[in-house]
Design a protein around this ligand. Structure first.
Ligand code: 8YV
Length: 323
C-alpha cells in the first residue's frame, strides 16, 4: 500500500523524522530553508499532510492551491498562523501541541519577569561596558517580586502555571482577567482572583500577557491601556506579537509611563520595532519561551503523533477544529 505523502516544513529532530518515515513518504527541510508562500505551495503539491511551525501561514490561497491537503500539524500551542475558518471550510484539520510546553513556558515567563523587574539585562550591559566603578544606594534598583501583585491577562494553562509560581513560590497576590472566569477549584489552586481588565491594569505591579492572538486581542495593550498602569509597573509579553502595540510600548517605556517591559514576542518578528532596540528599560528575547530541548522534542513528537494518529486511526490527538 502506498504511504501517505507528508511535508515537514522546517528542520526537526532526526528521531522525529525517522518516526514519521515509518508511516509516511516524507519530504523534509533539514537545511531549514525559509520558503516563500509560493515555494511552500509548490512543495505541498500531492501532499496529504504537513508538519508546520508558527512560521508557515496556512490560508485560503494556500488551501485552494493544495487540494490534496488533509491535515496541518503545528509544532506550537498557538495556531494564529492558521486561518482556521478557511481550513474548516476546506475540510482541512489543524492540530497544535498543548500541555507539553506549559511548565517550560511558565518557567520562562517567570524568568523574564524577574529579569525585567530586577533590571538584569541592563545591569549586565552596565558591567560589561565598564560602568561599574563604585557602589551607590540606588544603582540599578528595581522592583520587588515577592509580596507584590501579579496580574495575568489570559488564564489558560500557561497563565495558571505562572500564577502558581507567583502565589506559592513568591507570596504574590495574584489577580487575573480572562474571557471566562475559572471554576472555583482552579482559582483556589492558583490562589488567583478574577478582576475586570481595568482593575487588572490599574492594580498589577507586574502584568504578564498569556492570551492567544486573534483579531479581538490585537493591540489589547496599547497606549490607553499602558496609561492606566502604575508608573512602577512591569509588563511581560510571552504570548504573541500583535497583542501589544510595540510602538506605543516603546513610547511608554521612554516616557516612563511604566517602569519596564520584558518581551519574548514581537509584531512582525523576527523584525523588532527599532524604538524598542533603543530604550534601556526593556529585556528582549527571541521567542524562546518553550526552548528547552526536552520540551521542543515533546512538541515535535506530539505534532508527529497527530499526523500518525490522523492517518492511521482517523482521529488526531489535539485537534483545533472540526474538519
Ligand atoms: C513555538 C510558541 O516555539 O507554542 C507556541 O505557540 O509560540 C512557541 O512555543 C513557536 O510558535 C514555533 O512553532
Amino acid at each position: 500500500m502506498n504511504k501517505p505523502k507528508i511535508l515537514v516544513a522546517r528542520a526537526v529532530f532526526p528521531e522525529v523524522l525517522a518516526k514519521l518515515a515509518q508511516h509516511f513518504d516524507v519530504e523534509s527541510n533539514q537545511t531549514d530553508e525559509l520558503w516563500t508562500p509560493v515555494q511552500l505551495i509548490a512543495k505541498l503539491q500531492g501532499k496529504q499532510g504537513v508538519f508546520t511551525t508558527g512560521s508557515e501561514r496556512i490560508d485560503a490561497a494556500l488551501l485552494a492551491a493544495c487540494p490534496s491537503l488533509k491535515i496541518c500539524a503545528n509544532m506550537a500551542v498557538g495556531y494564529n498562523n492558521f486561518d482556521l475558518d478557511a481550513m474548516t471550510a476546506a475540510g482541512v484539520l489543524g492540530t497544535n501541541t498543548p500541555d507539553v510546553l506549559t511548565e517550560t513556558t511558565a518557567d520562562f515567563g517567570f524568568a523574564l519577569l524577574m529579569a525585567t523587574a530586577r533590571r538584569m539585562a541592563e545591569a549586565e550591559h552596565f558591567l560589561r561596558a565598564g560602568q561599574w566603578t563604585r557602589w551607590s544606594y540606588d544603582m540599578l534598583a528595581g522592583s520587588d517580586i515577592h509580596g507584590s501583585t501579579l496580574g495575568i491577562l489570559g488564564m489558560g494553562r500557561i497563565g495558571q502555571g505562572i500564577a502558581r509560581r507567583g502565589a506559592l513560590g513568591f507570596g504574590m497576590k495574584v489577580i487575573y482577567h480572562n474571557r471566562s472566569r475559572l471554576d472555583a477549584a482552579t482559582e483556589a489552586e492558583c490562589k488567583a482572583s478574577f478582576v475586570s481588565k481595568e482593575e487588572l491594569l490599574k492594580t498589577a505591579d507586574h502584568l504578564v500577557l498569556v492570551l492567544p492572538y486573534s483579531a479581538s486581542s490585537h493591540h489589547a495593550i496599547g497606549a490607553p491601556e499602558l496609561a492606566q498602569m502604575k508608573p512602577t509597573a512591569t509588563l511581560i509579553n510571552i504570548a504573541r506579537g500583535g497583542i501589544v502595540d510595540d510602538a506605543a510600548l516603546a513610547a511608554a517605556l521612554r516616557n516612563k509611563t511604566i517602569a519596564a517591559a520584558g518581551l519574548d514576542v514581537f509584531e512582525g518578528e523576527p523584525s523588532v520595532h527599532p524604538d524598542l532596540l533603543t530604550v534601556p528599560n526593556v529585556v528582549l528575547t527571541p521567542h524562546i519561551a518553550s526552548a528547552t530541548m526536552p520540551t521542543r522534542l515533546a512538541m515535535a513528537n506530539l505534532a508527529a503523533d497527530n499526523l500518525i494518529e490522523f492517518f492511521m486511526k482517523n482521529k488526531a490527538l489535539t485537534p483545533v477544529n472540526h474538519a
